[in-house]
Ligand binder design. Sequence first.
Ligand code: PLP
Length: 390
Amino acid sequence: MRRLALLGGEPAFATALHVGRPNIGDRERFFAYANQMFDSRRLTNSGPLVEEFEQELCRFLGVKHCIPVCNATAGLQIAIRSLGMQGEVIMPSFTFIATAHALQWQGITPVFADIDPQTYTLDPDAVEASITPRTTGIIGVHLWGRSCDVDGLARVASRHNLKLLYDAAHAFGCGYRGRMLGTFGDAEVFSFHATKFFNTFEGGAISTEDDAPADLIRLQTDFGFSGYDKVESIGTNGKMTEVAAAMGLTNLASLDHFISANLHNYQTYQRVLADIPGLTLITDDSAECSNYQYVIVDVDAAKAGLSRDTLLRVLHAENVLARRYFWPGCHEQEPYRTLYPEAGQRLPHTRHVAERVLTLPTGTAVGPQEIESIGDILRTAVASLPRRRE
Ligand SMILES: *Cc1c(COP(=O)(O)O)cnc(C)c1O
């Protein structure tokens, strides 16, 4: 049995194994796009590469509009404003902080509703129970690429005349019942940040079937300009650059490779973790097609004999930089913790799940040997640590 680095052994990895190391497509293809960009002297402002990327995104998703933006946080801010959300908007606390910030940044109160512990996404009943006269919208998060209960949320939204937006930052390439995520609600926002399944260095996109918000989104992404010297609305700078689109076009051509690498890793984890007591790989039965970008382990501390956080320390000592996506919930971070100190009382499932889950490294930078080693570390920790301590 190996000697754990936490107990003084050599770390299993000399260099750190991060969660979310970028998936990078064919370099020569990227350089060819970059040359086109330099030749055209168009670096930004809806150049030819961004236009081509936009068309490819629409085709891939099967959606009418998919407007590239500089990152998903700006994309969320623009989508929220374009849909006319104000007052209060209901969202999960179990998400990355940007979902909440995109609301609070523009003076909208994020109202945190609980997740369904079976699906890990926003519970439509909890949403309904959180509605007040000030509520104008719902933001569902397709956490780890798992589809929200899109039917349940659509019913609540239409019953109460609320706008429905999805934070699809994790969900590029994922689907639900034969439809790609990105085609649901009033609009959806993807992140193409370097750590996400599909990246444009930094970037994102807002997808919608409806022309009216699409027009507003385009205006607001470019300072409200509708032509030379003509400003029609308030706007910001949310534009995607040409070099980002070059990366996007490059990586689109490698999507199948990214997915098969992730799937293979996922299956390797399934095999390697199967016999470790207390550790359960969370499977995704909600989506018919997944990008397998998030390998999530549920740690049952009673059965494993040690906590999620002890396992995290064990892994970090070995240079395996596992993450707690997401801990703590947004409601426990500032400014929400101070502004809405009671929020946690309505979030028992969020608090429970956030204490147990661990995200392990995958992607094209990780292979079966690394996963076997991670399995050995976890197996050793669960078999030997409980007896030594606590
Ligand atoms: C990464 C992420 C964002 C922010 O995306 P950026 O492109 O980095 O701005 C928003 N929401 C969730 C759930 C994320 O994981």
